[in-house]
Design a protein around this ligand. Sequence first.
Ligand code: NOJ
Length: 732
Amino acid sequence: MTTQELRQLLSELSLEEKIGQLVQMPAYFQSGGHITGPAGEMGITNDDLRLAGSYLSIVGAADVEKLQREYMANHPHHIPLIFMADIINGYRTVFPIPLAQGCTFQPELAEEGARIAAKEAAASGVHVTFSPMADLVRDARWGRVMESTGEDKYLNGLMAAAMVRGYQGADLKEKGRIAACLKHFAGYGAPEGGRDYNTVELSPRTLREDYLPAYQAAIDAGCEMVMTSFNTLDRVPSTANRWLMRDILRGEMGFDSVLISDWGAVMELIPHGVAADFAQAAELAIRAGVDMDMSSPCYTHELKRLVEEGKVPEALIDESCWRVLALKNRLGLFENPFRDLSRDDEAALLLCAEHRAAAQRCAENSFVLLKNDDQALPLASDAKVAFIGPYVDSHLTSGAWSIFCDDTDAITLRTALRQRGVPDERFAVGCPIVAPGETILGFQKDYPLPEIDAEQALADAVALAKSSDQVVLALGEHREHTGESASRGQIALPDCQLRLLDAVAEVNPNITVVLYCGRPMDLRALQDKAKAILVVWMPGTEGGPAIARTLYGDCAPSGRLSMAFPWCVAQLPMHYDQLSTGRPYHGDHRAIRISSKYLDMPNRPLYPFGFGLTYTTFAYSGVALSADKLTRGGEITASVRVTNTGDRPGTETVQLYLRDLVGSVARPVRELKGFRRVTLRPGESADVAFAITEEQLRFYDINMDFVSEPGGFEVFIGPDSASENKATFRLV
Ligand code: NOJ
């Protein structure tokens, strides 16, 4: 449609029809015309569904086509529905969770994953995905760290932008593209105590300098939608926050498309205590600029009356309705309301070999090797290895958001290793993922865990370990212990798995732990008992083959931690780009009494941001600078020579960090400003150079101006955020 035709359409809509465009209903409200459950409790009626312009979580070419056809036939102006869904790390072919994708340090892999997810989802009728999540995360207790790409704003920005490009491409109308919805605006990743939905307190400077940049990167990449966050910011819930949405998001950050609430967030303004009833909640949200109300009765039931009573100007409804219609138009829905949905394409694309290969590639690049004493890995092809643990047979390896996949599509570790010829008698489950008999309450379903004979399972595992040269223990947290509403106060492995580890360690010290997790965990109980630790996160459909190939050295781990593994939970929240404090702690634990430290644990994490080993080793030269003075508008080069000092080829992720030594406000001890992956043969060297410009030195100064300040800077180039390999220069 031309803009003029679209304007004409808007002008022909009744108030009720315009409000309909602002309403999104979840799939289960469509229960054959009979409204039950939460829909009924919210007072949603069939009449509300008649005009609601969008659905959430209805997927599948056949269902979407039928619903679209019926809806349009009944709609007074035949406006098509827009279908949205959470396609987070894949649709049917599942990629590693976003936190793992962050560990690849390869935005191009995230882009490819998003492109494939979009292609599959588009064939199933999806128009918009609620991804990427660009929330900065610093507390591993928060279950949703798995949906973030980590603790670094620069890396998160690159990843979020890459995902937007992957979903949307250059033209939304192109086949296989879907619109991206950035979330959760803003600061959702900083709930107090890591408890989901909890209060967020961020100073204006921290909000702007640390939390907004990754959202900005996604907006700059052309992201079509934004979702509000559940939390308050300075005590104002985002969904009612006019300053945040109108001044910052639209005014300063330049976002001009559709803003949707999170699920039920408009009606949650009532328990937040800023609205007395649905009507006040609707008024606050629409005034804040929230265009669409996801899964709540507020807009559909209240807006019309609010306009008629003069409490909400109709112009606000028109403004929001226009944005929704314009998005539908950019998606080409008026010309082709069925877009790419196709049962044939579903059959050809979902889980096709090309998509599975890409998922496997991404998984292999996301694994992080934390420890590898005595070169425990890779496994020798003739070693007698026991594969033990609950994740040997688990299909629950696709992460908490894999809601449209069939779990059994994920290839287990046993299946992958069996295909490589490992005999069946080399496997033992040892224990369940959580205590036998415990029921895990999931979002979609519950997981009553099989009752197993725990003593027998343990005894079988110990006997197998005893008769083996080496043991690979496949351990981890349950998928439903991560994700939304899955914050945890303790982030260690369940007791039954630690009991298995202890029992195995007593009979065989050659242990490699393969760790499945959705967050950095407390590894103290493993650290000394395992010779090698390979973090595989929630690796997705092709996790089994990717792990098998890595264990046997067909490929080498090259992932780097996008979020530190803390020493223990009491250090949280933590992030490497912290401030120095007035009494910084350096060196030995007991040496200096009056410094910022714990008496009973280190300050440092167990494994820092950026850390990861591989099957070879690298040496770094000192940092060479092309000049020791940088001028505005100029550029200096910082470089190192990196040499593969081991006897296998390998890939190193060389990282550049900068520190501003004196500022008008305290500056972080270092910040990531660049990284480069280099692959080197044994003995081979490469020079890795980074350009440094004045723009990279800017920050919010004492007056809240985004500027750089002349003075001294440190440049660190090394393998992780703890590297002390550095040089200094001055900005003049
Ligand atoms: C709530 C979650 O916070 C959000 O991330 C998700 O996209 C919506 N539900 C829709 O499922």
